[in-house]
Design a protein around this ligand. Structure first.
Ligand code: SAH
Ligand code: SF4
Ligand code: F3S
Length: 485
């Protein structure tokens, strides 16, 4: 057991799902035509977009492949959030350049946020790139590919105020058949000063709730048992009843605007057997209505990702986050009050933002002590071209200090994760099985409602089942236990 515990710790620490990870496309073989290979970087929204891209190109006769060597078309769906994310893509392009030398007809395209940020500069800077498409231009991909086939470079980085790809059924890539992601909105209107997303993803727009509920229902019918509703700020989801779905909304008791709380409720009603998660919540916008809806439905998971970024109000103001330390801590109190102490809470944090003093950094540490996060994604500040912070403030904290502060918050979080997990030991948790544990096929793994990974001996259980597991041991990253019958 001890070995398993250690290995699991390492695996989970390497498996930060939020950022700069990469997924490739699975194999489809209809023998219809050209083969598409997509590598995705960045956040879940980018991963979800790759599924839209695969769907659009499937209709054009493309099969997906997980083997880049088999591909006729290679797409990198890129992220710009930190400099490192962009560097990773540049390095990948260098590697792909080698492949293209052996196969000159290989079409290389860059999609996503870095494509949007760099636009035609990409074509100038990276000679290997044939096609550049921003996040709102994916319907144009067949046409852009034709253009490359005709011997031209192709680019579309037009940002839309309306596009939500609502009518496109995503092709589930790398799916375990149990959990899936549903985009409920696109873009972001918040203008946090450090953030490139408003520039790469454009204005915020919400997707038609009827199409969201239909997608959740379709997933459930296909055997999926968990959906995560995705948006940069899900709490500002807003849909005004329109002629085309007025009657549908009235049947659900909504005559005016659909809020995120309303949407959550509609998706929760698809089936009590379908779990609902969502990401990301914004501290300035999350409402008690959302918390009460979560409390009302057993199948809405008791887990909230509520990025704080900093524990100091002056820095939060400079970041244009729209809340103070006190406001944030009040929100945490409401969560604990309405959803209980065991509700999972996680965060994102940035160290070394412009002019951050040692005392202000200490306030991030003390906020962490107060909140006791279950988990956190932690970064040091990386100045992004074009952002408000780049224009207004000096990136004046040296890298050594940024990294030292980052290490301090990581150390604290590691201790808190372990403490929080220890509170789960001795309790029975409902786990939705997602598949074999990464370490051994004798064990299964899934998550409890609070989003914690639970590993237990497989017995006769299988993927997609809900299992009650008595947790007997834990690491900072994983709960370990045994099914109770
Ligand atoms: N919409 C989400 C965040 C999306 S980006 C929210 O508002 O919380 C994911 C995380 O990346 C952010 O929460 C932030 O912690 C981090 N991040 C964004 N820009 C960054 C930058 N310039 N440098 C370092 N980290 C950054
Ligand atoms: Fe970026 Fe802020 Fe929008 Fe999140 S809410 S995507 S951090 S601008
Ligand atoms: Fe990266 Fe764009 Fe997501 S910048 S984090 S891929 S929205």
């Amino acid at each position: 057991m001890e070995n398993l515990v250690q290995d699991l710790t390492i695996l989970n620490e390497n498996n930060a799902e939020n950022c700069e990870t990469v997924k490739t496309t699975p194999d489809q073989n209809t023998g219809k035509g050209r083969k598409l290979y997509i590598e995705s970087y960045g956040c879940q929204m980018n991963f979800a977009d790759s599924e839209i891209v695969a769907s659009i190109l499937n209709k054009e006769g493309f099969d997906t492949t997980s083997d880049i060597a088999q591909a006729d078309v290679v797409f990198l769906n890129t992220c710009s959030i930190r400099e490192k994310a962009e560097q990773t893509v540049r390095n990948r392009l260098t590697h792909i350049n080698g492949l293209k030398k052996q196969k000159p007809e290989l079409l290389v395209g860059v999609l996503g946020c870095m494509a949007e940020r760099l636009k035609s500069k990409f074509l100038e800077e990276e000679k290997i790139v044939d096609l550049v498409a921003g996040p709102d231009a994916y319907r144009d991909l067949p046409q852009l590919i034709n253009q490359v086939d005709d011997g031209e470079k192709a680019i579309n980085t037009f940002l839309s105020r309306e596009e939500t790809y609502a009518d496109i059924t995503p092709v589930r890539l790398n799916s375990n058949g149990v959990i899936a992601f549903i985009s409920i909105m696109r873009g972001c209107d918040n203008m946090c000063t450090f953030c490139v997303v408003p520039f790469t993803r454009g204005r915020e727009r919400s997707r038609d709730p009827q199409s969201i509920v239909a997608e959740a229902q379709d997933l459930f019918n296909k055997g999926f048992r968990e959906v995560t509703l995705l948006g940069q700020n899900v709490d500002s989801y807003k849909w005004s009843a329109e002629e085309n779905n007025k009657a549908w909304l009235e049947k659900k008791g909504i005559t005016n605007t659909v809020t995120f709380a309303n949407l959550l409720e509609m998706v929760a009603q698809v089936s009590p057997e379908l779990r609902i998660r969502f990401s990301t919540s914004h501290p300035k916008d999350i409402t008690d209505d959302v918390l009460h809806t979560m409390a009302k439905y057993e199948n809405i998971c008791k887990y909230i990702h509520l990025p704080v970024q900093s524990g100091n109000s002056r820095i939060l103001d400079m970041m244009n986050r729209g809340y103070t330390r006190e406001w944030y801590l009040d929100k945490i109190k409401s969560i604990r009050h309405i959803l209980g102490e065991s509700c999972g809470i996680s965060s994102d944090m940035i160290t070394g933002f412009c002019s951050e003093t040692e005392e202000e950094h200490q306030e991030t540490l003390s906020l962490m002590d107060e909140v006791q996060y279950d988990f956190a994604y932690m970064f040091f500040y990386s100045e992004r071209p074009g952002t408000l912070a780049e224009k207004k403030f000096k990136d004046d904290i040296d890298e050594e200090t940024k990294k030292r502060r980052l290490n301090e918050i990581i150390q604290k979080q590691t201790a808190h994760s372990l403490q929080r997990n220890k509170l789960d030991v001795g309790k029975i948790h409902q786990v939705l099985v997602e598949g074999f544990s990464k370490r051994s096929e004798e064990y299964l793994q899934g998550r409890n409602t609070a989003n914690k990974v639970v590993v237990f001996p497989k017995e006769n259980f299988s993927k997609g089942q809900y299992v009650h597991v008595l947790v007997t041991d834990c690491t900072g990253a994983t709960l370990l236990g045994k099914a109770v019958h």
